[in-house]
Write a protein that binds this ligand. Structure first.
Ligand code: ZN
Length: 136
């Protein structure tokens, strides 16, 4: 588990300087909404030979949804589709408060505190829903 101050810094940093933004040429994007909070995220994943070669996003909304999307793109780039799915499951279990943060989640552990904020869980999971649809 990351210290609270470190977690907050990671979230703020990814909100201010989102990584891997913008559409990918030739890759269909998947857009998902969270009307309860006003979040929207579009995810583009370029899967080559069973591997997430590139993944990018664009979106608007709260710090949790946008930092989750940015952290997701960093975590998944270069992973196999299987690894990506496993990571998505671990992340979801953490956000739902079912498991303690797994060190394998790296900086994604910064969002573990969301498990205590029931209304914000959807924010954190939003980009991952888009990813799931992208991977099919
Ligand atoms: Zn939100």
């Amino acid at each position: 588990m990351l210290p609270e101050t470190v977690a907050r810094q990671i979230i703020a940093d990814h909100q201010r300087r989102p990584r891997h933004t913008g559409p990918l040429d030739g890759v269909p994007g998947v857009t998902v909404d969270n009307p309860g909070c006003g979040d929207q995220v579009t995810v583009w994943a370029d899967v080559q030979a069973g591997r997430v070669a590139r993944v990018q996003f664009s979106g608007k909304g709260c710090a949790i949804s946008q930092s989750s999307a940015s952290l997701m793109t960093v975590a998944l780039t270069g992973k196999s589709v299987e690894e990506a799915r496993a990571l998505a499951e671990q992340f979801q279990a953490m956000v739902m408060g079912e498991t303690e943060p797994d060190p394998q989640l790296g900086e994604l552990q910064a969002l573990s505190g969301v498990s205590r904020l029931h209304a914000r869980r959807k924010c954190a999971l939003l980009p991952w829903q888009a990813l799931e649809q992208t991977l099919g």
